[in-house]
Design a protein around this ligand. Sequence first.
Ligand code: DX5
Ligand code: ZN
Length: 218
Amino acid sequence: MTSEIQIAPSILAADFGCLREEAVKAEKSGADLLHIDVMDGHFVPNITFGPQVVSMLKQSVSIPLDVHLMISHPDQYLEAFINSGASYLTVHAEANHDMPSTLRMIRSKKVKAGPALNPDRNIEEILPVLPESDIVLVMSVFPGFGGQTFIPNVLEKIKKLVLIRKEKGYHYQIEIDGGITMDNFPLVRDAGVDIVVAGTTLYRAENMNKLIQQMKNQ
Ligand code: DX5
Ligand code: ZN
């Protein structure tokens, strides 16, 4: 898999008054991806961005857009998010849809796809879709809000996913999302993740570039 860890700042923690500049700031600071949390106020108790905002961000930066769908009926909006320029779409197992056909539909449009797993869900639930997943998003907080506290026992899931990938010859990337700080980053890295999402830690930093470089070189 990718040898260097990839960093995905979460635009949820940015200043919404200047989203374009905040996205550009992430890119200029060395981000590999931009993480965009789509929330519908139903699947999670918070409302954020729709496809129009994703399109605007697509026009603003050239790094890939990693779109995390926290919505109840993902099927109804897949096409809109694909057309908006998402490079990755991750979809929760708890949402109202058929995961295998959702992933198939997304991948047929040449967009990377994979399941998102809440902290209380087991890997067993997503085993059937792992062969056709480009990415697995392991949540280390319950979705809905930025700035929550990291739940350390999800690291076991990361280690299992690394093992399964090796044993079965699968190719998914492993992404962790929620509560990442400079203190828990080494634990996450050592567990074997490929992509780390960080919102509050990076957008509240005085120097985002410095932290991203520290994460990459630690
Ligand atoms: C939580 C979101 C996360 C969040 C991460 O529902 O999916 O992506 O933006 O933010 P921090 O890093 O502040 O926990
Ligand atoms: Zn997210």
